[in-house]
Design a protein around this ligand. Structure first.
Ligand code: ADP
Ligand code: MG
Length: 629
């Protein structure tokens, strides 16, 4: 038997490994199964090129838990290792990897997030084991060897009896890691990290019900059989060619990926590129409305079919993190911090590739089936609008297929909308005025007034829409978005002034004085006299677009003008000097009646803007009853 000391400068590396990797101890299993997979794939390659003259067969990897002896076994039928290879790959290579790792990260705090994703490899076994054994037999004609290391740099190495090719790793689980001796825990880890690995992984057996033999009696139980429980799907959809997959295959894969998700995805995008970087994957657009699982079911990142993380921040543009699915790339550096990732050239290319693919897919859906695209619009708009705001390249493409629905349910692209409203909604300064509502119920009277003028009114109700309008106004010339209640109807799209006022200047002054006497300044209305159509409402409350939008933008994050979010809302009270009721206010004999007319009119205007509430609403109602008595 040979004994030896692993050649490292750190005196006792294992306690350090434990300490540094405290949060992600569970990755040991992923690492060991990755090694077993590599060893099997190496053998596959060597047999295929004739370098290994053995039968490849149908190798599997097996994981066994021996709770009584406190051991976990991981067995493979791969290339195995000769004595020299153990010395080289385990004692030198693997260990130097571990040492390098510790060197690099010994000052890293515990919250850097980098540690868990660093492939520490074989030595991560010591995060959970106090002793590790390797029994391995190479495919080459050499005796098997047995390596044992108890968590100090000393090891023993001797010949073993193992006859069949492959490697068995035995972990003697430490006192503080006995949770890993639970079947359920191991099963959980296997499904988390190894669900799509390329070599079948067996964990125990399960009972399969067989079809009843012909002529079996009714009450005879169906025969059963114990079969290997293979926990993984070695050939997941994303590793196949799109041409080999049907829509149903993509849906099945989605279901397997998110078993708790009962809603079908709207559509998918198959990613497949091998130059200048390597990336495969499938992204799904889920229905995003009222979705509470948005945080839980996220895009999963794999590296050669090994699960790495479901935090793809920095790799996928932020607006696409709302999607679901899988990305698999060996070219994404995993051993670095997130902020570094964003600056990495390869990652930047990956990110813009994904953005382009998503834009192209949306564009083809729009072109090939407009009706279907319109139907899906409400479920996908948030991603598209967010993308238009945050990625210029995406904006350029999306500008051609982004839809703007009207309150009547027609969907226009921006170009179509422009053509449609150009004649009627260009103001005297040659600006195209796009009218919109954000709430069809609350803004009903304003919408009706605008419709009567033949205007088109968009329904813009997503949470970031104020930012989007700001962006559109900035990137297109002579365009302004105006909410239907931003001004009185004649001012929404300002044409040349042709209004003739029934009132003389002296009468206007007197009216203003009367109004100001009753409507005290502290109510916060700016009173504005306007000569409007005599059929338009006498009192109208409006909310100027600019201030309202700035405040809204600040509330929904970023943009706007700092400090505006908390300012009180600002309203204008428009009084239509051509309305009969306004003449009556002016000509009424008694102050008391005038006051009553003004208050009642103001309250009606507030009511139609949804501003009359609480005590004032109660008073208004009882006053109204008195009036009709
Ligand atoms: P890495 O997998 O990144 O090379 P590891 O520390 O995980 O680093 O493993 C070190 C080396 O040990 C591997 O490259 C391989 O040569 C050898 N090895 C580990 N596990 C096995 C195994 N199950 N079968 C054959 N060789 C193995
Ligand atoms: Mg490894």
């Amino acid at each position: 038997m040979a004994t030896g000391k692993i050649n490292v400068s750190v005196e006792n590396i294992f306690p350090l490994i434990k300490k540094f990797l405290y949060s992600d101890h569970e990755i040991f299993l992923r690492e060991l199964i990755s090694n077993a997979t590599d060893a099997t794939l190496k053998l596959k390659h060597l047999t295929s090129i004739g370098e290994a003259k053995v039968e490849y067969g149908n190798p599997i990897i097996e994981v066994k838990v021996d709770k009584d002896k406190k051991r976990i076994h991981i067995l493979d039928q791969g290339v195995g290792m000769t004595e020299d290879e153990v010395k080289k790959y385990i004692n030198e290579v693997a260990f130097s990897g571990a040492e390098e790792f510790l060197d690099k990260y010994k000052d890293a705090g515990k919250d850097t997030g980098i540690i868990g994703h660093f492939g520490l490899g074989f030595y991560s076994a010591f995060m959970v084991a106090e002793k590790v054994e390797i029994i391995t037999k190479s495919f080459k004609d050499e005796p098997a060897v047995h390596w044992v290391c108890d968590g100090s740099p000393e090891f023993t190495l001797e010949e073993a009896k193992k006859k069949d090719r492959g490697t068995e790793i035995i972990l003697h689980i430490a006192e503080d890691s006995t949770e890993f001796l639970e079947d359920a825990k191991i099963r959980e880890l296997l499904t988390k990290y190894n669900k799509f690995m390329p070599i079948p992984i067996k964990f125990g057996t399960r009972t399969e019900t067989l079809p009843k033999p012909e002529g079996a009696k009714e009450d005879e139980p169906a025969p059963t059989e114990e079969v290997d429980d293979i926990i993984n799907n070695p050939a997941p959809a994303w590793t196949k060619q799109p041409t080999d997959l049907k829509d149903e295959d993509y849906k099945n894969f989605y279901r397997g990926l998110y078993p708790m998700q009962f809603e079908e995805p709207l559509f998918h995008i198959h990613l497949n590129v091998d130059y200048p970087f390597n990336l495969t994957g499938i992204l799904y657009f889920p229905k995003l409305t009222n979705d509470l699982n948005i945080q839980k079911d996220r895009i999963q990142l794999y590296q050669n079919q090994v699960f790495v993380t479901d935090n793809v921040e920095g790799i996928v543009p932020e607006f696409l993190t709302m999607l679901r699915g899988v990305i698999d790339s060996p070219d994404i550096p995993l051993n670095v911090s997130r902020s570094y990732l964003q600056a990495d050239g390869a990652v930047k290319k990956i990110s813009s590739y994904i953005t382009r693919k998503v834009a192209d897919k949306l564009s083809s859906l729009f072109k090939n089936n407009r009706e279907d695209f319109e139907q899906k619009w409400n479920d996908i708009k948030i991603v598209i609008e967010y993308g238009m705001l945050s990625e210029e390249k995406f904006f350029e493409k999306a500008d051609k297929f982004a839809l703007y629905p009207t309150v009547d349910g027609t969907f226009y692209t921006f170009e179509e909308l422009e053509a449609k409203i150009k004649d009627n909604q260009t103001d005297k300064d040659n600006k195209l005025v796009v009218l919109y509502a954000s709430d069809m119920e609350a803004q009903h009277s304003y919408i009706e007034a605008a419709k009567a003028k033949g205007y088109e009114i968009l329904l813009m109700d997503s949470p970031i829409v104020s930012h989007l309008m700001q962006k559109l106004e900035g990137s297109k010339e002579n365009l302004s978005f105006v909410r239907v209640d931003a001004d009185h109807i004649d001012n929404l799209v300002k044409k040349e002034d042709t209004a003739i006022s029934k009132l003389s200047d002296e009468e206007k002054d007197r009216l203003k004085e009367n109004l100001e006497k009753v409507i005290s300044a502290d109510k916060g209305y700016t009173i504005q006299l306007e000569a409007m159509d005599s059929n338009a409402s006498p009192f109208i409350i409006t909310e100027p677009e600019f201030m309202r939008r700035m405040k809204e933008m600040q509330r929904t994050g970023g943009g706007g003008i700092f400090g505006m979010g908390n300012m009180p809302d600002m309203y204008n009270l428009i009084v239509n000097t051509n309305h009969e009721l306004v003449s009556e206010i002016l000509n009424t004999k008694t102050d008391k009646k005038r006051e009553r007319l003004i208050n009642q009119s103001l309250d009606l205007a507030r009511l139609s803007k949804g501003l009359l509430k609480g005590e004032e609403l109660t008073k208004f109602i009882s006053r109204s009853y008195d009036m009709i008595k």
